[in-house]
Design a protein. Structure first.
Lengths: 453, 453
């Protein structure tokens, strides 16, 4: 039995079905929404017009799942987990009918819910989240019928900056209101500043250190402005991109173990700790950060799919594990590419690590090659061991996915000295003769060596 | 004393100078050509017009080296190494004057020479190599004054395909005549076939299994056609891209150790084996392939720069090593990107390895994202251990540099099973939710598992 019909849940169901046919394994999945297996990460590009059709974001429809022998019950919300009794209570959201259903094995994939602070006016028409396809459609409908061209995005993380791009692409005047010191708090502030400057260069008004206190409404109760501690920003539409939290109310009520970030805690096979027949994956769990050795909460489709794969294999009688993450993420705002992996300075401090940081400027291609675009790479390396701890990249075309080099190096515990010898792809259209990652590694080697420790 | 003033030699000289000032270390470098520290890899893009000016390909001029305290003697050819006597004989190519000069430490960086088969007509006007800046200038001069628009490229390796692009960009009708079964013999033939088809799609005539027997000349002795065992191809200009061999005649005459590919053999500190005070690096040495455990010859600027860095550190009294390569290479022909790392099937056989191969089709971005471009990934994994052995990629924008993920995985000896859990950067503009490398790794896991061994 699967609770939640999106990436993690339906990947688990599909993988379990691949391993065992309908005669050996019955699979029931509950989904409270209208859609299954959709790409939430794609919503900004649908809103922005890069993706023309909602259905392109749906990897597999409920009908397709059913054809594969999965009893997927849409618009059916699970309202209680009875772990001791091995059953769940669900409600059909159309009819209101409730029922208890028994399980032998349970997969919890309830996802995440967007942070929605209890601000005056936050529920006004014209204020939109972008978590679900329904959210995306509602926002697009608002954009299509709004005459004003002023948009305010609250939050400057991945969703915030991607929505800023989407709104710019639709011709809006965009203001991004951000509580942090710089946008992209998943980067160190010095790298976030580069994002700030580049976004301003795109004509986006960036406001940092801003606490939103309320949302003002005007005629017909529609949103009119976003008010912060300092001033107010006129708005014809407001998009919330404040982040998400694990959706674990059901699990918590059932007494399942939650971590410090509110996510379910699992073992390496994605089994909920202490529960032999319950698995959990996707945005509702915490994952092990392989660099810091601590749990984190990261809502990202690529992890959810991997979790589902692992859970499905185990539920289906096979064996698979999810060893953990290194915290890789990549995003873009128009031509600006933003990437990170591993620890930021504050993560490393928190983990008790001592380290050096270096920052270098290079280009994505050989300097003499057309469209060689500048990129900045920041690298953290541990003192004494010289182990790579993290990389942050801000640049243009070809910059972002270079973070994968560092992601593999982090996974395998490479030192920056070892990284300087990496045999990376070189040709003038692809890289300078020293790839920017190698340039940063060389500088990091020198920095670690110079430090007395 | 440095013999050869290009990437490896001048990197060594520069790094040694950084470590020791002119009072502690005298540095003399001999270069027989007109240029120092230039990017041979950039020549196709200069010929094709992407790079407008030859000087952009020069990383550092002789004057700049001299300002940094390196006595760089241009147009001076070393004609003999007297290893027992610790001296070299050189000839000033302008004056013809010869001299012996003593050294305490010697760096051999004599590079590679292009293969130039002794075919009738190969020295005719209109037949060009593209090894040096002088070669590039001569070819550009020929192109500028040739009225005919038919070009034949002999050889379909990196230089051949890059030159095909350059000539297409200049409006030529291009024929690539290739001795092998498919172009890009650094790939397996099934992947080379994809390159073949894509190049034909660009309007390039691709001829495989073709042995050039002679080059015909016409009026004023200029090239007129390239003749193979089967037919003849009219040509107003011919470019040779047949590959290079280590330039080790001097070293061989001096009794220094050469490997089976004709390159100098060094230890991990890039010291010539058995010679305490002689180092060698760049295109004239063989390098250890970390996957097969055997020596290879790879002429590539990025290795030459690393060698120079290591040699300069050691000569300057420090300590550095070059652990070896995994054989990463990336190239492009117009929008087609071609990359490889590790072993091809025949390399793996030769190394005594048993393995499975898988090939997958994916896209560089999420399928629904604009310009999601198809890419093909082939992966080799060892039986029993499941260790990654090699990856080959043919695709469009964003395909090529993904090979770096595999390069790091190879360097650290990852298994394909471990690779399936890699935390690679995901967002719709950058990758499908399963990066193509992960898709290939998953398929490779299944293939290795299924095999009885």
């Amino acid at each position: 039995m699967v609770v939640g019909g999106d990436a993690a849940g339906m990947s688990a169901a599909s993988q379990a079905r691949r391993m065992k046919g309908p005669d050996d394994l019955e699979i029931i999945a509950f989904e409270r929404g209208h859609f299954s297996s959709f790409s939430a990460c794609g919503i900004p590009y649908w809103v922005g017009g890069d993706v023309s059709d909602r259905d392109q974001l749906i990897a597999r429809s409920p009908e397709e799942h059913r054809e594969r022998g999965i009893d997927l019950r849409m618009r059916t919300e699970v309202t209680e987990l009875d772990v001791a009794g091995g059953r769940v209570r669900s409600r059909d959201l159309e009819s209101g009918a409730e029922a208890w259903t028994s399980y032998d094995k349970l997969v919890i994939a309830t996802g995440a819910r967007p942070v929605r602070p209890p601000l005056p006016g936050i529920d006004a028409p014209g204020v939109h989240g972008v978590q679900t396809l329904d959210d995306g459609q509602a926002l697009i409908d608002t954009l299509n019928r709004t005459e004003g061209r002023r948009a305010v995005v609250i939050g400057a993380g991945y969703i915030g900056v991607e929505m800023a791009e989407a709104l710019i692409n639709r011709g809006y005047e965009v203001t991004v209101v951000n509580r942090g010191r710089e946008p992209m708090s998943t980067l160190d502030p010095d790298m976030g500043r580069l994002v700030h400057d580049a976004m301003e260069g795109l004509g986006i008004t960036m406001v940092n250190d801003a606490e939103v206190t309320k949302i003002l409404t005007g005629e017909e109760g529609r949103v009119r402005a976003v008010v912060t501690q300092d001033t107010e920003y006129p708005a014809d539409v407001v998009v919330l991109g404040i982040g998400v939290r694990p959706e674990t109310a059901l699990a918590e009520a059932a007494g399942l173990p939650l971590g410090e970030h509110g996510g379910l805690l699992t073992d390496l096979a994605m089994r909920v700790r202490g529960h032999e027949n319950i698995w959990a994956g996707g945005d509702c769990v915490e994952v092990l950060d392989l660099v810091s050795g601590r749990e984190r909460h990261i809502a990202l489709g690529t992890h959810a799919n991997k979790h589902g794969q692992v859970i499905g294999s185990n539920v289906g009688g096979g064996y698979a594990t999810f060893p953990g993450v290194v915290g890789t993420a990549v995003s873009k705002v128009c031509a600006l590419e933003i990437a990170r992996t591993g620890l930021r300075e504050k993560d490393a401090h928190r983990a008790g690590l001592r380290f050096e940081t270096v920052t270098i400027e290079s280009t994505s291609r050989a300097g003499y090659y057309p469209n060689a675009a500048p990129m900045t790479v920041k690298m953290l390396a541990e003192l004494r061991t010289g182990r790579l701890l993290g990389v942050q990249i801000v640049g243009r075309e070809g910059a972002g996915k270079r973070v994968d080099i560092a992601a593999v190096a982090l996974t395998t515990g490479m030192t920056v000295e070892q990284m300087t010898a990496l045999d990376l792809g070189y040709a003038p259209p692809f890289s300078p003769v020293w790839d920017p990652i190698l340039v940063a590694a060389r500088k990091a080697v020198t920095a670690v060596r110079k430090t007395t420790h």
